[in-house]
Design a protein. Structure first.
Length: 759
């Protein structure tokens, strides 16, 4: 506070010319305004000025689409002025920073007015001339359906929470982690740890003057453990220590790995100087020597930046340099949030900090709104911490976006298949763009950056995943265009595809689908059928397999459906990446990287039988002064005329059968809608230690398509979860199912589906 007062006084005392204005305070209250006006005679040159600012309604649901505004930086102003006849942007200019605000800034902001001042040599204003009056910017109307966007956000959050709840177990077990991605479970202790790891709780407040009794208790436990850890690390890093990582406990191996990575990221260990072929370096990477021994060797090899250690030109022995290096390490560990969180994790998993105390801290720090009954039930032991947490997730008082466990994110894209208008483009989790508009709330912004769920990321346009089996309809069309299959071609699924080595398997192996045609292959998601299609497309004129030939053909047809280019929406978008290797596995969706909006463009073209749009979220612009409207429509990127109606229908029928037959049991989800949906599930494996991505592409009504719905749930375990989510979207869109509750957000988490889809 004292510094702020001195800053204001210094500014007031500085002899600025009258035409140079500065803001002392913003967002002042009525009492302050009255006080300044009453004392205006004594406060010469001080005035209250009303300014405009952006305020966003329903910010949580539209933040990534709308973006936000703020004062231009010098770099931004310079870039915006480049190419203009005269500079019109400066650091006082309010510009769009992200989203539509940025992309359509030239239309939205209008023109600033210009006032010319004549001043005396002493800086006194003599006269004022208005050179130009300000011109209001245009109004921009979006194609986004407000109610649909809001309701879909709640559907998305609800379903992600349901998946998360189904995987949390009251034990230390990680289930099938490392063996089976679908059987991974989440120990409740990971949830307790997430409160600290993802900054749901502010650990710095544990030592604050106004810390609660419980916070002080937790901090005392931490300090005791920290002292033990630091003592042990001193021993491990001592000059003569030969202790290699594998001889340490997992806990201390984690600390040592962190110290090593910290030295590299701080450029104390200069990565560019380290010889990757050096035998001693290799010995360290293979865990044959200790970190202590390696660091001493690094000093000998001049891989350590002595300036970072405060060492100048004075001579120092290697022992002295090493001592200073270790002193640097422990200085960096002091008040190091990452290191502190590592220790808290150990305390939680070793039962030194209880789940009950972690949950009570949520009340102490105001994360949970105080409820006397809930608080007392927890404190008195009438409900255990495990059941308390599950109850709060069910009520969405604790959300997946807060925890950043897997899954914690997702996307929904709904597109009008006949116009290319995007009706909803939902990302989860989100943020309040009002906190970043006009003037950034740095505390809030820092918390967003620290959130491992990355709420600032616009997932529909920027989060890329593999497609999984949602790529199979496109491969069916590619195979027909290349003449390797027809709508009637039957291929015998033999389970193991032995024409390439290593040999991929159908998901049904050691079983098989037998003889199967295109429509059936889509319905049953038969890998073998599409391996064969990819293989046949890879045969050269001599009948020999050429992977590069197959890949080039797959890339050609993916590009026809827009998957080599950005989708056209008017917000920043990641560049799509079609697979460039292994034509056989590429045929079932491996190795691609597409954003949901790009997948939406592809399925929209399948739904309308060949029109690939440059998608749009802008409906029209309206001139503020004249009211003149300029309509905006999606343009056509490509019109695919390669296929007969019979061929399109064969692919669409396969997608229809995915949803409307008992083969995948999805008919039990979709049977009561009152109309038919066609779709394709996709499960994209990440690794055996992370849940697979769940995808579902679809369109409806099947007989006369109106909209496509694309669902992507990163680490969502299974495509059935994405299909269930899409079912709720269709029920809302066509039948207004649960609309009132979804718009209000007044709902509790439903159960995850028990349907299993093999794809």
């Amino acid at each position: 506070l004292a510094l702020k007062i001195m800053t204001v006084r210094y500014a007031l005392l500085t002899l600025y010319p009258q035409y140079s204005q500065f803001t002392i305070c913003s967002d002042v209250d009525g009492v302050t305004i009255a006080a300044i006006e009453e004392n205006s005679a004594e406060l010469k040159g001080v005035e209250i000025r009303q300014v405009t600012s952006r305020v966003y309604n329903d910010s949580l649901f539209f933040a990534h689409i709308l973006g936000y505004t703020g004062k231009a930086t010098e770099e931004e102003a310079e870039a915006l002025n480049a190419g203009l006849e005269e500079d019109i942007y400066n650091t006082s200019s309010v510009i769009g920073k992200t989203g539509i605000e940025k992309e359509m800034d030239s239309l939205l902001r209008g023109q600033s007015g210009v006032e010319e001042l004549s001043v005396s040599t002493s800086g006194k204003i003599i006269s004022t001339t208005v050179k130009s009056t300000p011109v209001a910017g245009d109004d921009i109307y979006l194609t986004i359906d407000r109610e649909l966007q809001i309701a879909c956000y709640h559907i998305l959050e609800n379903n992600i929470a349901a998946i998360l709840l189904s995987k949390i177990v009251n034990s230390m077990s990680y289930g099938g982690k490392g063996d089976s991605a679908s059987k991974i479970t989440i120990p409740i202790y990971e949830v307790y740890n997430a409160f600290i790891a993802n900054s749901v709780l502010d650990i710095s407040h544990f030592q604050a003057d106004d810390a609660t009794e419980l916070e002080q208790k937790i901090y005392s436990t931490y300090k005791t453990k920290e002292a033990q850890v630091l003592d042990k690390l001193h021993d491990i890093l001592s000059y003569s220590s030969p202790t290699i990582n594998s001889k340490l406990t997992d806990e201390y191996e984690g600390y040592i790995d962190y110290i090593y990575s910290m030295l590299r990221s701080d450029q104390v260990l200069r990565k560019e100087l380290i010889d990757q072929k050096d035998k001693t370096y290799i010995s360290y990477t293979e865990d044959k020597i200790s970190l202590s021994e390696f660091l001493q060797y690094a000093i000998d090899m001049q891989w350590v930046d002595l300036a970072k250690l405060g060492i100048g030109s004075d001579y120092n022995t290697n022992n002295e340099v090493y001592d200073k290096l270790i002193a640097y390490v422990f200085e960096k560990l002091y008040n190091n949030t990452v290191f502190e969180k590592m220790i808290y994790r150990v305390l939680i998993f070793n039962y030194k900090i209880s789940g009950k105390d972690m949950c009570l801290l949520l009340y102490d720090q105001g994360v949970l709104e105080y409820n006397e009954n809930d608080y007392k039930r927890l404190k008195n032991g009438r409900i255990g911490a495990y059941y308390f947490v599950k109850e709060k997730i069910t009520n969405l008082e604790i959300t997946p976006g807060m925890l950043a466990l897997e899954p914690c994110s997702g996307s929904i894209v709904i597109t009008d298949v006949n116009t290319g208008d995007v009706l909803a483009m939902v990302t989860y989790p989100s943020y309040d763009n009002n906190m970043l508009a006009n003037k950034i709330d740095w505390k809030y912004y820092s918390k967003l950056l620290a959130n491992s769920a990355t709420p600032l990321l616009n997932r529909p346009t920027q989060q890329q995943t593999a497609t999984g089996s949602t790529f199979k309809p496109l491969m069916a069309l590619a195979g027909m265009a290349e003449g390797v299959i027809t709508t009637q071609t039957k291929i015998k699924d033999e389970g193991l595809f032995e024409l390439v080595d290593p040999s991929p398997k159908c998901w049904k192996y050691p079983g098989n689908h037998g003889w199967i045609n295109l429509t059936q292959a889509i319905q049953h998601s038969c890998n073998y059928f599409f391996y064969q299609v990819g293989y046949q497309m890879s045969l050269d004129a001599k009948g020999e397999y050429s992977d590069s030939l197959g890949i080039s053909k797959i890339q050609k047809y993916a590009a026809l459906f827009g998957l080599a280019d950005k989708s056209g929406v008017e917000v920043p978008e990641s560049t799509p990446a079609i697979s460039s290797t292994d034509a056989v596995r590429t045929s079932i969706g491996y190795y691609h990287n597409f954003a949901p909006i790009q997948i939406s463009r592809y399925v929209t073209a399948v739904a309308n039988k060949g029109t690939v749009f440059n998608l749009t979220i802008v409906d029209k612009t309206v001139n503020k002064d004249t009211g003149e409207e300029t309509d905006n429509s999606a343009t056509v990127f490509n019109q695919i005329d390669l296929y007969s109606n019979t061929q399109w229908t064969a692919v669409q029928k396969g997608m229809y059968d995915v949803v409307n037959t008992s083969a995948n049991s999805l008919n039990t989800l979709y049977g009561d809608l009152g109309f038919k949906v066609a779709g394709k599930t996709g499960t994209a494996q990440v690794s055996l230690t992370h849940p697979s991505h769940g995808l579902f592409i679809s369109f409806a009504p099947y007989s006369s398509p109106e909209v496509s719905v694309t669902i992507v749930i990163p680490n969502g375990y299974a495509s059935a979860n994405a299909a269930k989510l899409a079912r709720e979207v269709y029920g809302l869109y066509f039948n207004d199912e649960n609309k009132e509750e979804l718009l209000s957000g007044d709902l509790t988490t439903t159960n995850v589906t028990n349907i299993t889809v093999s794809d």
